[in-house]
Design a protein around this ligand. Structure first.
Ligand SMILES: [Mg+2]
Length: 226
């Protein structure tokens, strides 16, 4: 009997690819342009993203920055100034994470692949086209306010439906504990966490942890190891 997952679902941002310009750089530029003393870090911005939803990148930033400002006793208008000064992301200025291309090829040799990525669909599609991996996935679900945003399990349910696969026959690979691990587990899918520097969480325990995409370059995959 075949055991182990029939399908591997993958996150996109900071799992398979990342922007060529770092969030820290763009945030520094935004504070500078807005003439505001920096009052939060890129890491705090990243941690706040899964807690809000936005209709556009600007709306998302505004809500994130307002939430952080509220915690820190900063006026909302200051948050809005930084959000507006933040340069728009260029979805064609992205690159693979080390080992991502090889991991995709190797996973595809043994599994059906799908993408579950939060973000505005046309923006996310432009990244896939830039990386020339639009055709790598049997199905692609973008988490939006309409479909539900990870960690909402809804995008995962959609991808399982599209594949016709039960949750226990899938694993999800992603870099975010808050959106990928929590969301996949909420949908009954085992999570493979691509561990990020210095982040840990006592409450969220992924089924598998990898530190490098090279760990997905061939059999046995983490979920095949006894
Ligand atoms: Mg990600």
């Amino acid at each position: 009997m075949e055991t182990g997952p029939a399908a591997v679902t993958l996150d996109l941002d900071d799992t398979l690819c990342r922007y060529d310009r770092s969030t820290a750089d763009l945030l520094a530029l935004a504070f500078d342009r807005a003439d505001v003393e920096p009052f939060f870090t890129a890491a705090e911005f990243a941690a706040t993203i899964p807690t809000v939803t936005g209709e556009s990148p600007l709306d998302l930033r505004r809500k994130c920055f307002r939430a952080i400002a509220a915690e820190q006793g900063q006026p909302e208008r200051v948050a809005d100034r930084v959000a507006e000064a933040y340069p728009e992301r260029d979805p064609t200025a992205v690159s693979f994470l080390p080992g991502a291309r090889e991991a995709l090829d190797s996973l595809a040799d043994h599994h059906r692949l799908a993408l579950v990525s939060n973000g505005e669909p046309s923006h996310q599609r432009a990244k896939l086209e830039t990386l020339a991996i639009s055709g790598a996935f049997e199905t692609t679900v973008f988490g939006t306010p309409e479909t539900g945003v990870k960690p909402d399990p809804e995008p995962f349910y959609r991808v399982l439906d599209a594949l016709g696969v039960q949750s226990e026959r899938a694993v999800h690979v992603g870099n975010s504990l808050a959106s990928d691990v929590v969301g996949a587990q909420a949908a009954g899918i085992a999570a493979v966490w691509l561990r990020e520097d210095g982040s840990a969480d006592d409450e969220t325990v992924p089924e598998y942890v990898v530190d490098d995409l090279a760990e997905l370059h061939g059999r046995p995959f983490p979920w095949e190891q006894g």
